[in-house]
Design a protein around this ligand. Structure first.
Ligand code: CAA
Length: 291
């Protein structure tokens, strides 16, 4: 099946990046959210991020205009019914995702491929509650979507070969690279990345290092582009905690227990960059470590 129109549910950090890369690659994009304000914010952010690519000579101004024209927005989930592919990219909470699928299903054409950008929730379970488990897949992008080369493809137990092949082709058309993961908690990237971030929080919690020394150690000592705490703030501490909980519950192994300090930051609403504060305080000119 040739995919041309793509519906994206959720215009947050990941949703707007996904809409961006699909529009640049020539797909027609319909972006949905529950608030007009979020949709407007997403479109202006996409505009700014595509402009970055123009100023660095990666895209021409004409390509930018064409890409922006391919993006439409809607507050009505039902409008996504005619899309060839729908990518759910809402909050990392299973109840929220399930409610979206329930509302969306009656409007979908039978051949539409349904996918979720979940970073950790079971694809098999999400798929089993839809009318098309064979046409359901995990389609996991990395943040920032326009920059990161990888897309994880996760087949549920019932996903058919045609759906898998179609999404492999879509990833190629995006100019990205796919890696296949079996459907186990947090898949590949987050199975490895999140315990590292959680361990960095334990290192802070136990006083082995402070925010600056932990991040500098991993940047200069392991050549990571961002330190683990800076990266946690970038991803969102609520998302990091949600993924650790999925690992802890799904694999029933205490080695995945979330650090109490991570829980405390989330309880405080210090969710990282998007909240203006996390392991760093972003409200001034430059980020200041909070510990
Ligand atoms: N849109 C378009 N372009 C963007 C962009 C965006 N949102 N953000 C950055 N860029 C571009 C910049 O324009 C720049 O382009 P050039 O190479 O052409 O100059 C390039 O990306 C690098 O950006 P900067 O120079 O501004 O900044 P940097 O060199 O410090 O790199 C970074 C920024 C790419 C984010 C880098 O720090 C990095 O790779 N960090 C790690 C990111 C990471 O690990 N992501 C995965 C998170 S895990 C995940 O996403 C899975 C999950 O489920 C939680």
């Amino acid at each position: 099946m040739a995919v041309q129109s793509v519906g994206v549910v959720g215009a947050g950090q990941m949703g707007n990046g996904i809409a961006h890369v699909f529009a640049v690659a020539g797909f027609d994009v319909l972006l949905n959210d529950i608030s007009q304000e979020s949709l407007d914010k997403a479109v202006s952010l996409i505009d700014r991020n595509i402009e970055r690519q123009v100023s660095r000579g990666k895209l021409t101004p004409e390509e930018k205009t064409a890409a922006m024209r391919r993006i439409r927005t809607t507050l009505k989930l039902a409008d996504l019914g005619a899309c060839d592919l729908v990518i759910e990219s809402a909050t990392e909470r299973e109840a929220v995702k399930q409610a979206i699928f329930e509302d969306l299903l009656p409007h979908l054409k039978p051949e539409t491929i349904l996918s979720s950008n979940t970073s950790s929730i079971s694809i098999t379970r999400l798929a089993s509650r839809t009318d098309r488990p064979e046409k359901f897949m995990g389609f996991h992008f990395m943040n920032p979507v326009p920059v990161m080369q990888l897309v994880e493809l996760i087949r549920g137990i019932a996903t058919d070969e045609e759906t898998y092949r179609t999404l492999c082709e879509v990833v190629e058309r995006l100019g990205k690279t796919s890696a296949s993961s079996e459907d186990f908690p947090a898949f590949i990237v987050n199975r490895i990345l999140m315990p590292m971030i959680n361990e960095a929080v334990y290192t802070l919690y136990e006083g082995v290092g402070n925010v600056k020394s932990i991040d500098e150690s991993m940047k200069l000592g392991a050549n990571h582009p961002m330190g683990p705490l800076e990266l946690a703030d970038f991803i969102g501490l609520d998302t990091c905690l949600a993924i650790m909980n999925v690992l802890h519950e799904g694999l029933a192994d205490t080695k995945y227990r979330p650090c109490p300090l991570l829980t405390k930051y989330v309880e405080a609403g210090w969710l990282g960059r998007k909240a203006g504060r996390g392991f760093y305080d972003y409200r001034g000119e430059t980020p200041v470590p909070t510990r």
